[in-house]
Design a protein around this ligand. Structure first.
Ligand code: ATP
Ligand code: MG
Length: 378
């Protein structure tokens, strides 16, 4: 999949600008604060329906304007698709080939993977950043996950509302329990898909980390259920992990809900499940969040992103559009060249840099961004 063209209207510092991309390598250059990251952000919005660095669409609207509009053309094996995203009056509308669609319809259509300075949040900050990584990666490769995720959010909201009413004494216990099954079943689906996903990308993440750091550093991506256990008998005989795990997760969640009913009523919301879980990133047996240097942490997230790209290619049969925002800036020479080699097999890459950069020998289209307008050379 690659993006051919995008038109940005009132998006961040772009008033009305069209940008044409090469199908393979694109290098966006320009001094600081010219719109390089904004351009990547626009591609991300068309790919998955939202920004990678800002949850509020209002912030993407050009200062002083009332709406933004993005229109892009993507192409895969000769088939073109146009995607439009418009945000106005507090509402986002998506159109695919001129037909109105839900934002979730975008997922998997033009898959994107972005790696940006914000990625470090995945290592350093709260579990929410790691859950977002899992949910977005999985939603792009699995319709089933996406459906379970939205079902879970709905069930969770209902259950929380009833717990709150139970707390206020205006609902009965049995009313609240109606949502237990949905929360447990869908929750177990999400958790087991996440565990399987982490197991699947772990070997590539290790290989990538070792390639970049030049050392033997096995990575372990360890799912952490918060406040419940995945039943002790994890080593249940027979079957692949994918078959065994959902049952165990269901048991674990079920038990957590049963044993903590009073606590949940007292708090007025659901305390256990995929909406609070986390995962740990161990490198050479140590938690990279605690022990990793800045460069090691950057290396780790890049290794993870490259593994995500490979998994998408595996599952969907096509490479995602890869957006790399200033990723070479903080890597030393050896790590930079190793990264360049790792990404050399990807299809389309859009890379930003505030300094001139090269990606191996491959020809690149240089797109210079200056105060929200673009010129091309090379
Ligand atoms: P750097 O090299 O520093 O990363 P950049 O080229 O990636 O720079 P961007 O993050 O794309 O810079 O931002 C470019 C400019 O867009 C910034 O000066 C920022 O203040 C401006 N900007 C951000 N949001 C909006 C908005 N909603 N409306 C107008 N301008 C905005
Ligand atoms: Mg930037």
């Amino acid at each position: 999949m690659h993006i051919q063209r995008i038109r940005l209207t009132n998006f961040r510092n772009f008033a009305d600008t069209e940008v044409d991309f090469a199908p393979r390598r694109n290098l966006i250059v320009g001094p600081n604060a010219q719109g390089k990251t904004n351009l990547l952000e626009a591609i991300h919005v068309l790919g998955v329906g939202r920004s990678h660095r800002d949850r509020k669409d209002q912030n993407l609207v050009r200062f002083g304007q009332a709406y933004y509009r993005l229109e892009g053309t993507v192409q895969h094996i000769g088939v073109k698709t146009t995607i439009e995203a418009t945000y106005a009056d507090d509402r986002k509308r998506i159109r695919i080939n001129s037909k109105e669609a839900r934002p979730s319809a975008l997922l998997g259509l033009a898959p994107v993977v972005v790696s940006s300075p914000e990625d470090i949040d995945m290592i350093k900050r709260s579990p929410g950043y790691r859950r977002t990584f899992l949910d977005l990666a999985l939603a792009q490769v699995s319709r089933e996950y996406l459906v379970a995720l939205s079902g879970y959010s709905r069930a969770l909201a209902q259950r929380n509302m009833l717990l709150k009413r139970l707390q206020d004494g205006v609902a009965s216990r049995s009313e609240a329990e109606v949502w237990d099954d949905a929360v447990v079943d869908l929750g177990a689906k999400l958790v087991s898909a996440r565990i399987a996903f982490l197991a699947e990308i772990q070997p590539a993440t290790t290989a990538n980390t070792e390639a970049m750091s030049g050392a033997a550093l096995p990575v372990a991506l360890v799912y952490e259920p918060r406040g419940y256990q995945l039943a002790e008998d994890t080593a249940v005989a027979g079957g692949s992990p994918g078959e065994v795990i959902p049952g165990l997760v269901r048991q674990g969640l079920q038990r957590a809900l049963e044993e903590n009913r009073r606590l949940e009523v007292a708090r007025g919301f659901t305390l256990f499940g995929p909406h609070v879980d986390d995962f740990r990133f161990l490198c050479g047996g140590r938690d990279i969040r605690v022990f990793g240097s800045e460069g090691e942490q950057r290396t780790a997230v890049l290794a993870l992103r490259c593994a995500e790209v490979a998994l998408i290619k595996d599952r969907l049969g096509q490479y995602p559009i890869v957006l790399l925002d200033d990723v070479f800036a903080e890597l030393d020479q050896a790590r930079s060249s190793a990264l360049a080699a790792l990404i050399s097999g990807f299809d389309q890459i859009v890379l930003t840099s505030s300094r001139p950069a090269a990606l191996g020998d491959e020809a690149m289209r240089r797109i210079t961004v200056k105060a929200g307008s673009v010129t091309y050379d090379g």
